[in-house]
Design a binder for this molecule. Structure first.
Ligand code: FAD
Length: 446
């Protein structure tokens, strides 16, 4: 499949009407950029968002749609709980329906080892007053009716939810535009101008916008953008393949993860399904540049990690890492990162789906797509100001968790960009943590 379709009507602002000034410029129209724009615009901040392709064209329109606190790293939990509250009220506040419903999130275990990890999570969840619970084998079988798997048990959080990725970021972008934000699509940011050592403007393919506060929310492109400014940001890409089925009878109504399958009910009556046990990392020059920082994370995921060597290596090899701001940048060359769907992975998803839910064997897969997850060495986001370049901020590296976290992250970044107060403690996510001698912390529960 090429270019996931979203509900964004474009262009909203023709390139010749690009503003000359802004209080804040946001680079990237994924869920992080658009939610930040919405919160800023509601405070009366003159915000301009520049997206090189279309809103939600990359990760934010290609993900599973899970909005979960279950299984999160402790550093993400307060932001995720805030996020859930924002997802809850978004429709009432804006009239936009993004299909958000709280139908729960359930991880089913095939072994006692998995169950003991779930018990660790439940202990952590209790500290935050999250109602996660251990479920018996009978309870999970009753939930996932008709499953052929003899799970030993499960962990469940009934208050978790889901939303429709193709609708969500475009809806936040529309809401931001109604509040006065300028949302520019097909408008790549090539780089920044500085004055006295601080940021003074962004240079886009259509002209320059003067601003002293910039947010880089460029997803899988953030590391390259930062590199062009001389800022080191360790980030690697992992490809995820996803399918959707035709509408069918319900086999369960929430989000269910089993070590071979991730499945959630869709608003259209079908299911979004992915492989539970494959993380695909195409080797690129970045693998060698950052690999040593990722060793602990790679070791943890070694069983599910698949490495490949091919086109992605040579694409990145040929891509420049710096360029003149009056010439085409790599962000214009690749308007939308649209990775090839792995047909073997799609076949594997089909096989696993039929094993877990044999009653779905006749339900056709009607679409498949892939997305590149941007991941960091400790698998949690990078959020905060960049001290080496006053005025420049980063919110990226959401490591496969950013869709659900988006509204909470947007609110925190808007607070940081306006008054310096994110409202929650984002210090553990600061950009400098990979270089200041801090020990690398990896999720210790699930
Ligand atoms: C297959 C898959 C499944 C996932 N499942 C889930 C899930 O169930 N739940 C969950 O919470 N998360 C999930 N995620 C992760 C989630 O989708 C991401 O963490 C989140 O969407 C990241 O949002 P973002 O705004 O940071 O990045 P993106 O959505 O990637 O947006 C970044 C945008 O920046 C633009 N851009 C880049 N450089 C420039 C430039 N120089 N100028 C202008 N624009 C630029 C890009 O075109 C892009 O549109 C999944 C991800 C994938 C790929």
């Amino acid at each position: 499949m090429s270019n996931v379709s979203t509900t964004w009507e474009q262009p909203l602002v023709p390139p010749e009407r690009i503003p000359e000034h802004a209080d804040v410029v946001i680079i990237g129209g994924g869920i992080i950029g658009v939610t930040t724009a919405w919160f800023l615009a509601r405070q009366g901040v003159r915000v301009v968002l520049c997206e090189k392709g279309h809103i939600a064209g990359e990760q934010s329109g290609r993900n599973w749609g899970w909005v979960r606190v279950q299984g999160r790293d402790e550093r993400e939990i307060p932001m995720m709980l805030e996020s859930l509250r924002i997802w809850d009220r978004f429709r009432d506040e804006t009239g936009e329906d993004v299909g958000f419903v709280r139908r729960g999130c359930y991880f089913a275990a095939r072994s006692d080892k998995e169950m003991s990890a779930f018990e660790n999570w439940v202990r952590l969840a209790q500290e935050f007053d999250i109602g996660s619970r251990i479920m018996s084998a009978a309870q999970i079988r009753e939930y996932a009716q008709g499953s052929a798997i003899n799970w030993v048990g499960a962990v469940g959080t009934d208050s978790d939810g889901r939303a429709e990725p193709q609708k969500a970021a475009p809806a936040f972008a529309r809401a931001a535009a109604r509040e006065g934000a300028t949302i520019l699509t097909s408008c790549a940011v090539r780089g920044l101008e500085t004055s006295g050592g601080s940021v003074s403007a962004v240079v886009t393919e259509h002209g320059t916008i003067k601003a002293s506060t910039i947010l880089c929310a460029a997803g899988a492109w953030s590391s390259l953008f930062c590199r062009s400014l001389g800022i080191a940001l360790p980030q690697l890409k992992v490809r995820g393949t996803v399918v959707r089925t035709a509408p069918c009878d319900s086999v369960m109504n929430g989000n269910l993860f089993d070590c071979h399958l991730g499945i959630r009910r869709r608003e259209d009556g079908g299911y979004t399904v992915a492989h539970g046990a494959i993380l695909h990392h195409p080797i690129t020059p970045s693998t060698f540049r950052w690999g040593f920082k990722f060793v602990p994370a790679l070791r943890k995921e070694i069983k599910v990690l698949r490495l490949s060597f091919g086109k992605e290596f040579f694409d990145e090899w040929r891509r420049p890492t710096s360029w003149d701001l009056d010439t085409e940048s790599p962000f214009e060359v690749t308007r939308v990162l649209d990775p090839t769907t792995g047909q073997r992975v799609v076949a594997g998803i089909r096989k696993n789906l039929d094993k877990v839910f044999p009653q779905m064997a006749e339900v056709p897969i009607v679409e498949s797509w892939a997305g590149m997850v941007d991941t960091t060495p400790d698998v949690v986001p990078v959020m905060g100001a960049v001290p080496e370049l006053p005025g420049f901020h980063i919110a990226t590296g959401f490591s496969g968790h950013g869709f659900g976290l988006g509204p909470g992250a947007g609110q925190a970044m808007a607070g940081l960009l306006t008054g310096g107060d994110a409202g929650i403690d984002i210090a553990p996510l600061r950009p400098g943590r990979f270089f200041d001698g801090s020990p690398l912390e990896l999720l210790s529960t699930i």
